[in-house]
Design a protein around this ligand. Structure first.
Ligand code: AMP
Length: 193
């Protein structure tokens, strides 16, 4: 299987659709948010550093994130493809990912972009706050994460388009989770033919 980068704003469904792709195609899955939350839970040095940024809705510095990503990637089973969920979030991370994969004889595969309106995202994240109790799912921090997404991450969409690997899925057109995942599965299958 080709690697997949799943890309979108907080609450756009990256984790949900990643889980569904993993279940169907048996790929590896790296969620950088999950990696960081596990470090925080385990009280590691890295977790202590990460917590300050996450609680503020800010991004962890690129140099640190790139190291975390590379070491996590190197622990993944080889040959079945990996979904990158929550990484890259800046142009510098994207360039580093491309280089890191090339050094290992691999490439980025395809990018799946989830486009969801901000009012829908806010409603979902506030709901997730109730269901999962994530510390950064409160209104003030969510707003900061949207700002960070708009200024630092969204410009990456064009970067992927220039790489020729961007596939965009819009909630306003597909309307349901079922509609979204059906279109995503088709694209993944097509790319692996
Ligand atoms: P997520 O679970 O992907 O929404 O990530 C939660 C938080 O972890 C983000 O708001 C960031 O503070 C941090 N984080 C996760 N992935 C990255 C990344 N690739 N670069 C910088 N910070 C990240």
């Amino acid at each position: 299987m080709k690697n997949i980068i799943i890309f979108g704003a907080p609450g756009s469904g990256k984790g949900t659709y990643s889980d569904m792709i993993v279940e169907k195609f048996g790929m590896g899955h790296i969620s950088t948010g999950d990696v960081l939350r596990a470090e925080i839970k385990n009280g590691t040095e890295l977790g202590k550093i990460a917590k300050g940024y996450i609680d503020e809705g800010q991004l962890i510095p690129d140099s640190l994130m790139v190291d975390i990503l590379a070491s996590t990637y190197d622990r993944q089973p080889k040959g079945c493809g990996v979904i990158f969920d929550g990484f890259p979030r800046t142009i510098a991370q994207a360039e580093a990912l491309k280089t890191m994969l090339a050094e290992r004889g691999d490439d980025m595969g395809l990018m799946i972009e989830l486009v969801v309106e901000e009012d829908v995202l806010m409603a979902r994240l506030l709901n997730r706050a109730i269901e999962q109790g994530r510390a950064d799912d409160n209104k003030e921090t969510i707003q900061k994460r949207f700002d960070v997404y708009r200024t630092q991450t969204a410009p990456l969409s064009e970067w992927f388009a220039k790489e020729g690997i961007r596939h965009t899925f819009a909630w306003s057109e597909l309307k349901t989770k079922e509609g979204m995942i059906e279109a995503i599965f088709q694209t993944v299958e097509q790319a692996n033919k």
